[in-house]
Design a protein around this ligand. Structure first.
Ligand code: GDP
Length: 195
């Protein structure tokens, strides 16, 4: 059974101090609109487990989904949401940074980037927060269906080149629309949990 298939809603928190204790968790992070909710819904085979919602108030929530066997999927708030004040955006980035740098049970980070706009400034910031801790990152270049095969390969190669200095980062193509790329991320996360 693929790792995400039995996911069920566990809890939502608004503050880091309220994070539940877990033994092992994998977190999904990405710029607002990158396709994170769609990716979670596709991987869990549920239509609305993660809301595909654009309401700024909602995006501050940290949602936990129970994967069974004391493992959890964590849906982090999207960053870079344009329609909120700069101070609020800065606060979210800080909150994400603290979570990424200090959460002991976090075994690895899944970062979602729109294949047409990868490695924006805030994406780098998140990467740096987390790779300092020496844990692995897996990047899903989402909405791959928006590009031709040739363009997809080119985009993948470019991102790989830009991140070649970081052996702990792996990268793949993904499309929620085509449901393609699920096995790759499932295998990576299974490996993280098994370690
Ligand atoms: P989030 O803000 O990162 O959670 O992004 P969403 O999952 O809400 O997706 C943002 C927009 O991109 C929505 O309009 C989705 O329908 C669209 N989208 C997400 N994934 C894909 C994909 O794989 N292919 C295409 N063509 N569109 C997608």
């Amino acid at each position: 059974m693929p790792i995400f298939q039995n996911a069920s809603f566990y809890t939502t928190v608004n503050h880091l101090k309220d994070l539940p204790p877990t033994r092992a968790e994998v977190a999904f992070v990405g710029r607002s609109n990158a396709g994170k909710s769609s990716a979670i819904n596709t991987l869990t085979n549920r239509t609305r487990l993660a809301y595909v919602s654009k309401t700024p108030g909602r995006t501050q929530h940290i949602n936990f989904f129970d994967l069974g066997s004391e493992r959890y999927l964590v849906d982090l708030p999207g960053y870079g949401f344009a329609q909120v004040p700069e101070a609020v955006r800065a606060h979210w980035v800080q909150l994400l940074g603290r979570y990424l740098q200090t959460r002991e049970s976090l075994v690895g980070l899944i970062q979602i980037m729109d294949i047409r706009h990868p490695l924006k400034e805030l994406d780098w910031k998140m990467l740096h927060f987390f790779i300092e801790t020496n844990r692995p990152v897996h990047i899903m270049l989402s909405k791959a269906d928006k590009l031709s095969r040739q363009e997809q390969a080119k985009a993948l190669k470019e991102v790989k080149e830009k991140l070649s200095a970081y052996p702990q980062i792996s990268i793949q193509l993904f499309s929620s629309l085509k449901k393609s790329g699920c096995e790759t991320v499932e295998q990576i996360v299974e490996k993280w949990f098994a370690q």
